[in-house]
Design a protein around this ligand. Structure first.
Ligand code: GAP
Length: 423
């Protein structure tokens, strides 16, 4: 874990939020490589969930919503974690996180006494309006989900969706987590990628789609390179299920800090639509309240686990074996020597051509070995070097990140070569 955290800072994936002012607990900023990785994760998710399906459409709802939304959704009353306070040092913890409680008890020499668990609401408050005293209290959304429900009727009347269908969305959510921690794993500001899939209200329908989406989501992580043996499903016990869920299973990853939730698959029944007084009329004129099967993944958690899973070492070499689909830069281009104009000019042409279609890195500092090492650490699948042979026969060296093998490719064939390799 420490190795990944330090690589994230060193190579521009993740920095502590507002670092120059001492940071802000539970917030993180993404650097140049991290921003690209995050974008690629969301793009792959979108392609899988919306672009390649004819039964799902997307929305992008506002973060600030009418506070009635949170009353109706049940979040004002029930979006709580049990909070306990250490009577010695007054630090606060989640009562349901046994390991964190035990670790805190160990940090004191004498026996620790705790206050009784209190319900702590996780919604983050904000104030809208310009006149003090007349400002209205709102909540930053605690889940992006409600944006799909409040637009349920708008989507039906402005598109051709017919049940079963889904509304997909990615975006920021905010939670006043009692103990943010494990790097970006538990943050106070994070991003989610969610699908709300509406089905007819029958047990068989609900269960069929629940199982279907569980498999789809698991396969998505595996297709993007996460090792199968590091993933599992875990069903929620009755006492840990969210207030809206009839049934819930997590996709968990075997993280360095233990098996941890990647994504939740929730059977929300008719909880949300009936609370918002929304219904659906089918082609026969029958009116009913659909059930909802939800897949809710964290973009930041996915990014962290993709990084942890891809991290490997080969002697001194640290390699991020990210799927080429996710890699921040697909190719890096180098002139063998920075002070040879012909080499730089030729490399520059290749660089400009390739970046019409993909993110390409450029490096002319230090020696070639160091440049390869740097690209391995950000996970760039291929490096192209323009050398003296290039000037004679118009070929370049292409070096593969995972095997470190090199081959000569004609410049004219590079574009097609990478399209094939990066599929
Ligand atoms: N709409 C349902 C929902 O929000 P959730 O299980 O509370 O369900 C879904 O959250 C996903 O959002 C989690 O599986 C996780 O990936 C991500 N997530 C939740 N809280 C988070 C936090 N504090 N920091 C980072 N990611 C978080």
């Amino acid at each position: 874990m420490e190795k990944v955290v330090s690589l994230c800072k060193r190579r521009g994936f993740i920095y502590p939020g507002s670092e120059i002012y001492g940071g802000l607990t539970g917030t993180w900023d993404y650097g140049p490589a991290g921003t690209l990785l995050k974008k690629n994760i969301k793009d792959e998710w979108w392609k899988f969930t919306v672009q390649k399906r004819s039964d799902v459409v997307g929305v992008d709802a506002a973060i600030m919503m009418n506070p009635t939304v949170w009353e109706k959704s049940g979040h004002l009353a029930a979006f709580t974690d049990p909070l306990v306070e250490c009577k010695k040092c007054h630090q606060r913890f989640r009562a349901d996180k046994e390991e964190e409680i035990k670790a805190h008890e160990k940090s004191h020499k004498e026996k620790v006494e705790w206050t009784k668990p209190q319900k702590f609401n996780l919604l983050v408050k904000a104030y809208l309006g310009i006149i003090e005293g007349e400002q209205s209290e709102i909540f930053l959304r605690g889940e992006i989900t409600q944006g799909a429900f409040v637009n349920f009727e708008n989507v039906i009347s402005s598109t051709r969706v017919k049940i079963p269908f889904g509304i997909a969305q990615t975006g920021k959510a905010f939670r006043n987590e009692i103990t943010p921690g494990n790097f970006t794993f538990r943050s106070r500001e994070f991003e989610q990628m969610e699908l709300e899939f509406f089905v007819r209200p029958q047990d068989s329908e609900g269960n069929k789609w629940f199982e279907y989406w569980k498999e789809q989501r698991m396969n998505w992580y595996v297709s993007l390179g996460i090792k199968k043996e590091k993933l599992r499903f875990r069903e929620h016990r009755d006492d840990e299920r969210a207030h809206y869920a009839r049934k819930a299973e997590d996709i968990e990853y075997d993280a360095p800090f233990g098996w941890s939730e990647f994504e939740g698959i929730h059977h929300r029944g008719d909880w949300d639509l009936s609370r918002h007084n929304l219904s659906y009329v089918d082609e026969t004129g029958k009116k009913f309240t659909p059930w909802v099967i939800e897949t809710s993944g964290g973009v930041d958690r996915a990014l962290l686990f993709f990084l942890i899973d891809a991290y490997s070492e080969d002697g001194e070499r640290k390699i991020l074996k990210l799927s080429p689909k996710l890699a921040p830069y697909k190719v890096a281009v180098f002139p063998l020597l920075a002070n040879k104009e012909e080499l730089v000019g030729q490399a520059r042409k290749i660089y400009e051509n390739l970046r019409e279609n993909m993110m390409v890195a450029w490096d002319e500092r230090g020696n070639i070995g160091k440049r390869y090492f740097a690209q391995d650490e950000v996970g760039t699948p291929f490096c192209v070097t323009v050398d003296f042979q290039t000037l004679e026969d118009k070929t370049v060296t292409v070096r593969d990140r995972d095997t470190a093998k090199q081959e000569r490719i004609e410049i004219d064939k590079l574009g097609r070569y990478f399209i094939e390799k990066l599929k």
